[in-house]
Design a protein around this ligand. Sequence first.
Ligand code: MTE
Ligand code: HPA
Ligand code: MOS
Length: 777
Amino acid sequence: MNQPVAPAAIAESAWKAVGVSRPHESAELHVLGQATYTDDIPELQGTLHAALGLSSKAHARITAMDLAPVRSAPGVVAVYTAEDIVGTNDCGPIIHDDPILSAGEVLYVGQPIFVVVADTHDNARRAARRAVIAYDELPAIFTPQEAKAANSYVLPPMQLTRGDYQTAFDMAPRVVKGQLFVGGQEQFYLEGQIAYAIPKEDNGLLVQCSTQHPSEMQHVVAHAIGVHSHKVQVECRRMGGGFGGKESQSALWAASAGIAASKLRRPVKLRADRDDDMLVTGKRHCFFYEYEVGYDDNGKILAAKVDMTLRAGFSADLSGPVATRAVCHFDNTYYLSDVDIRAGCGKTNTQSNTAFRGFGGPQGAIAIEYIVDEIARNLGRDALDIRRLNFYGTTERNVTPYGQEIVDNVIEALTAELEQTSEYRARRKAIEAYNASSPVLKKGLALTPLKFGIAFNVTHLNQAGALVHVYVDGSVLVNHGGTEMGQGINTKVLQVVAHELGLDLSHVRITATDTSKVANTSATAASTGADLNGKAAQDAARQIRERLAAYAVKLYGDDDGQPVRFFDNHVHVNGHKVLFAELVQKAYLARVQLWSDGFYATPNLHWNPKTMNGHPFSYYAYGAAVSEVVVDTLTGEWKLLRADALYDAGRSLNPAIDIGQVEGAFIQGMGWLTTEQLWWNAAGKLMTHAPSTYKIPGISDCPEDFRVKLFDNGNVEDSIHRSKAVGEPPLLLPFSVFFAIRDAISAVGGHRVNPPLNAPATSEEILRAVSAVEMAA
Ligand code: MTE
Ligand code: HPA
Ligand code: MOS
């Protein structure tokens, strides 16, 4: 093929592997049921199965424990308690307050106390129930309000101030004050927590684990069994969803399986049953807010104070960075000159709450949206006008309360586009007319904006590595530090590598994430997976391309310094068009290195946690949504009639995948704010621990008319191909559903009263708000 140029099959300008809609790289395997999840890995001979014995008390000292009935149960091979842990009994990701197995005091109903290992999964679970444990009960704290009153925190409280809140508030002509409660949320990944630990020689372990954070699993397992990290290899091919729930909290499962496998020198699998998974693991933090805001007669906010108390649960886990993100997202898209923003991580006798899509950002932003909604109603204005009036500017009013200058603000243009395409104003009029003649069914409409900071708010986590191998046949294998949880990171990274090397996607494969290939990885989280690992893989692929290009020039000559071009599966050099695979073969024989590592660290980030000031984010993603609902004010039932969403994915790497992410996040966030209610009984037991009682949205809850679009906007930062992150920010879009419901309820009182609506806006909560409005109107 190395003849002088025949016209390229595809012009270079038309060829691209990024910025195009392509199916998820595992789509076919998903659909055929052939994609391998941890539980699908063929079990080795001699595999045993573990189950956890759980606390039945919220706060108690264990006074006696009879495990003999567990040991004598059918099929049981071993039972381990805290005393059997050779290394460190801890799986806390930051602060070491998180025992793998309780060492005498239990801090919530569901806390693991022992691990039982048996011949089958069923036998292990049955045996776990046979423990006889005596407790001495202690006082327990359950809600964030109780934690606040008792001054019970897992970490010191945080505060971010700017300007002079008190003076600005005292001088403000109008004020709004109140309280709000926003509930938590179960991640409800389809694939539950699971780990399969396989002993290797010399006290080594291979742990197959459904985790967003293989490196952290490696550390925790190594510490628990008392070996160095190089003895523990963790691998994850893919997860059936993580949503933050497998960022830190896969550790308990990895460590328990690892401890048992290391002791027995036999493979041990620990797969959580759904009820246990929900009883044991942490969720999205619920928040209790007290707020006080001053504003002027036009609705411009002059001073804002909020005190947020999170339900952290019994240990710190990731609550610190979650609270930090909440504090840094209270502003959402609004310029707040004088602020006093506080957050306290309430210590409660409940599951240790953790990461969940948005990571505190949604909880921070919903508070200001609630406040803006009240200001608008108090002034008798459309909430959209008040939102706009308070938007960040582009050249002034453009510094966040934590000191980061916003240089990429597109919220006004984005909102204007959505206002138009959604026919917001005309529909507002139509709804007013409808409500005037409909006493029971009331319609509501809301447009809510979002701004979301992209980067881990712990600066050092913003790094990634990759390894790219080009084999002699021209096929390419990529390994990177990110994990696939359905979000499409592997598809995007594959596209990036294919683009660098000028190959069709079918020439490139991505392998399982593996701590023995790329070391010291960060969790795939903070929506940064494709940003970081895409850049690292691009770096690796570029090095190979440069070596191949230099070698091609050696072979075919230099065309007056014209660059060697890689596209359409060919290398184009000095008038020659060579098949990529052919050049690779020649390069191999000439002893050119055909593989490379790659690395990326996001530039220009800094953060001072003490002053809560700095430049924590690389850039911001923006979006907005309009939702229209109809509410039955006699039953509290409601329906989302139409939703329009516009999201700024920058120059999207793969619009089809990004639109899927926006749709998924929208519906997931809608569930959080409406139907998904976590309910603990008086003894502190989570009673909503299965889909029978915990209601995530189903297909029939999706709006029949659902219009999701991407906003055309290149990233001003040098992100991977100028794309923007998409994983978490769209979870804020369904604020519009919540505020549309609030708008419909408010129609009951002629929009004169602010409905006191907490989240989730379940039917009961809606009826409570309707009654409150009727009483006040
Ligand atoms: N999409 C799917 N299908 N499944 C998931 O578990 N997790 C979300 C989001 N989208 C998730 C998902 C969360 S919490 C994050 S942080 C990002 O994906 C992580 O992936 P990314 O950084 O590669 O976007
Ligand atoms: N998101 C997710 N995980 C994290 C973050 C974040 O912002 N910071 C530290 N861990
Ligand atoms: Mo996502 S909550 O950062 O895993």
